[in-house]
Every structure is written in C-alpha cells, then in structure tokens.
Design a protein around this ligand. Sequence first.
Ligand SMILES: NC(=O)c1ccc[n+]([C@@H]2O[C@H](COP(=O)([O-])OP(=O)(O)OC[C@H]3O[C@@H](n4cnc5c(N)ncnc54)[C@H](O)[C@@H]3O)[C@@H](O)[C@H]2O)c1
Length: 320
Amino acid sequence: MMSRNVFTCCRAIRTYATAPGLSTVGVVGMGAMGHGIAQMTAAAGYKVVAVDIDANMLSKGIKAVEDSLSKVAAKAVKDGKADKATAEKNAADVRSRITTSGDIGALSSCDLVIESIIEDLNIKKKFFADLGKVAGANAILASNTSSFPITQLGEASGRTSNFLGLHFFNPVQMMKLVEVIKTKDTKEDVYKLGFAFSKSIGKEPVACGDTPGFIVNRLLVPFLAQGLLMLDRGVASVQDIDVAMMYGAGMPMGPLTLADYVGLDVCMHILEGWTSQYPNEPAFVIPQPLKAKVAAGKLGRKTGEGFWKWEGDKPVAPAA
Ligand SMILES: NC(=O)c1ccc[n+]([C@@H]2O[C@H](COP(=O)([O-])OP(=O)(O)OC[C@H]3O[C@@H](n4cnc5c(N)ncnc54)[C@H](O)[C@@H]3O)[C@@H](O)[C@H]2O)c1
C-alpha cells in the first residue's frame, strides 16, 4: 500500500456542476487511487458509494479521505478563504455524501461505477462479470486500470457499449489528468459523459485509444525502465541519473525516484504484463535491478526503501 493522505489541495472541496444524468457514483477499491477518486467525486457534489472487499482497507481509505478533508479545511482557513466553521462544514458535507459497503450489491443504484481494485486481469474480469449482473441497466461502468485492455474488461461485464476507461493519476487529489478510453463499441454519449464527469470533478480529460499504457504510462514506464537499465550497466549512480534528469531535462523528479514513488511492484507488474503480451516490443523490458528490489520486498516509498531510502514522502539518500 502506498502511503496516502499527504496531498491535499483546495480543489478537493471546490464543487463543479455535476455531469448531466449522473448523481450517484460507485467507487470500488478504497486503496491509493480509489479513496482519492471517491473524495474528488464527493467534493464535486455527487453521492458516492465506496466499496472494498477488505473491511480494513475500506476503513483505512475512508480515514484517508477524512484526514485529507481536514487538511483541506485547515488550509482554507489558513489562506483566509473560509472561516473555521464554514471550512469544517464543507468537509463534513463532502464526507456525508460518501456511504460505504463491503458488498457490490450496494452499487445497484449507481449511474456510474469506477473500478479501482488490484491490477490483476483475472480478478478484474471476475469483478466486472459480477458487476454486470448487479448494476442498473443504464449504468456506465469504468475501469481505472493502468495496463489492461479496456475492451477486454468491458467484454467481461457484458456491457461494452456502456463501458469506458477512466485512468486517473496518483495522487488523485493533486493530479489533474484523466485519460478517457473507449472500448471498440462504447456509445458516443457514454464517451462524452466520461469527459463531462472528469471535468465536473476538476480534471483535464484527454482521449486515447485502447493501447498498452494509454498515453502517459506508454511513454513513462519505458523511460523508467531505461533509467534502471542505465543503472544496471554501471554508467551512472542512482543519484546522478536522477539529478541529471531533473536539472538537464527539467523534470520534477528523476526516473529512479519516480519508480520508487509509483511503487516498484507496480512498475514490475505493468512490465510483466506488457512483456508477456507484446514480446516483440523492444521498449518493454524488465531490468534486473527492478526484479532484485521487488524480490527483496524493497518496493520504494511505501516500504521506506527502493532505489532510495524514504522518510515518509521524501527520498533522503540512495539505498545500497
Ligand atoms: N497506484 C498508482 O499510482 C495508480 C495510478 C493509476 C491507476 N492505478 C490503477 O488503479 C487501480 C488500483 O490501484 P491502487 O494503487 O489504488 O491499489 P491498492 O492496492 O492501493 O488498492 C486496491 C484496493 O482494491 C481492493 N480490492 C481488491 N479486490 C477487490 C474486489 N474484488 N472488490 C472490491 N475491492 C477490491 C483492495 O482491498 C484494495 O483496498 C489499479 O488498477 C491500478 O493499476 C494505480
């Protein structure tokens, strides 16, 4: 699990006009991504049904939302944007729009369901097959998958024409982008609603075909892998690779810090999927240092060590 709840911003309590025809949104999986999607969706004025099969993860996710909303309220007061009572009421209003359940039956009244569960194709397919049986006839179903074909997930649900990819970025409260992906037969009005919903929660949606990694990860993950291959060749150190890309390419963090930040297991999972599905694509490789760190349980920021040693959200020194 990634550490959560450290990023907050005023946008998290600002409300936008909700998208036409959508009033109740289900968010499934209250992990690193799902809790942020639930928070931003409730902050925009939607009713949210938050579902997780793991009661502990569900309560952790809700606690992360509450902590984030408290920080947003405190910041609004500090910046003179609201008095304490108003800021606290706003936070309480957002929280009151989120109900929770451990049962996907609770999603039957949702106009839109956004799945953000573990990145495992078989688990996601089973989830969508089950969801297809309980969701309302006109419900729009969406996946936040980072690496699996949206069309395959839509087929599992039996509802490809009402199915979309809505790919958010971590941390959801801060990152403005949503990639919107169609299945081969997503209806045009459903696709448009994907854009309208994303805008309504303060995000910037972009259109992308149903291609591995969509836009951002297709460019980013091979870049991270190249950084690790460079480390493996012994050409430059962890620190020098990261400093070089920050000061020479204007990046806010270098590739090894970013790989740690994303989670080395997440990077590995994505590359494993791509290398097995597309064995002839030279950009898809699993560097040895990545395999070694994951095998050692050093997964980056969330475990306190990956290619860097981390104190909370800060990389403090290159790891051995
Ligand atoms: N972490 C990222 O940086 C990132 C960025 C964009 C997209 N994503 C995608 O978002 C999704 C979730 O990733 P995450 O990092 O939040 O994962 P996570 O491990 O933090 O959370 C996943 C949650 O899903 C729950 N879950 C698992 N199976 C379930 C089921 N069948 N029904 C209900 N809940 C279930 C787990 O209990 C857990 O709370 C993945 O598809 C991932 O690829 C992740």
